[in-house]
Design a protein around this ligand. Sequence first.
Ligand SMILES: C[S@@+](CC[C@H](N)C(=O)[O-])C[C@H]1O[C@@H](n2cnc3c(N)ncnc32)[C@H](O)[C@@H]1O
Length: 332
Amino acid sequence: MDPRSEVLLRQAELFQGSVLLAGLPADDLLGRLPDAHGWCWHAGDQAALDARFAERSHFGVNAPERAFDTAVVFLPKSKDLTDYILNALASRLAGRELYLVGEKRSGIEGAAKQLNPFGKPRKLDSARHCQLWQVTVATAPEAKSLESLAQTYELPLAEGPLKVISLPGVFSHGRLDRGSALLLEHLDKLPSGHLLDFGCGAGVLGAAVKRRYPHNQVTLLDVDAFAAASSRLTLAANGLEADVITGDGIDAAPMGLSAILSNPPFHVGVHTDYFATENLLRKAAKHLKNGGELRLVANSFLKYQPLIEEHLGVCAIKAEGQGFRIYRAKRG
Ligand SMILES: C[S@@+](CC[C@H](N)C(=O)[O-])C[C@H]1O[C@@H](n2cnc3c(N)ncnc32)[C@H](O)[C@@H]1O
């Protein structure tokens, strides 16, 4: 059981009614709170919740339409995303309770201040290195539309300017990451066919390759519903068509790919997690057709080359700069 769920269950009597659990972990909490429902934006957690508690968790960037009497927010890692989720739920909880739970090392103490606009927050519990906060929503805010929180920047690409639109919580919100910038400079000579942008975030790489190689089919994949929604906005803003899918890891990707491009994930929340990337490197060959290429950017200190060579083939360093490397390997 996630420690945040354990803290909720210390006060289980508060959560017996129709409670909405936003950003809930994929543990047994729904089993312990029979009238609770979830709102999830992580495709892997959603799949695990669906498998155990069918129809009990809603996936997406908007709060579920079903009514709820109270809501608990599991503190997201981004402050902007926390604001969006709290606002969306508080707008539907006039005179009722809104809770925020999170780990101390994730900054729950400071994040509790984000409850101030709705009433007087108070700390209900502190245990298992977590805190549980509660506010009675005295002033229900007007719900902000997600699009109004989007940030846009423009990239001057050789093929013309590319607009990138990112939503709260999405990697490198409102600006181009240095690693992604390096990869954008090295998109030449990609094999043509079906290209995948793995871990697409706001869709900058996928949109750039679609712009550059319009006859290729492009798929963008991310585990996070806010990233997928951002990618759709980015593609639409540039008049580009591509498939955007949510899924957990390379296993969710199509087969027969000509190229996989990625600035792969290596942090999940405050925990460092190489699993999704290592799994990508191990299984890329299965998803690439013969002659297909994996091209990725990573911090120079991350030692991906041996893993790529073990599972795919000879791996060259195509470029290096500002602490990043571009790796390139073909399926032989
Ligand atoms: C370093 S960011 C790169 C984002 C974007 N491609 C860019 O260049 O700005 C990595 C992305 O991988 C996504 N990600 C993390 N774990 C994943 C998983 N298991 N499956 C698919 N995507 C994942 C994250 O949500 C994040 O958007």
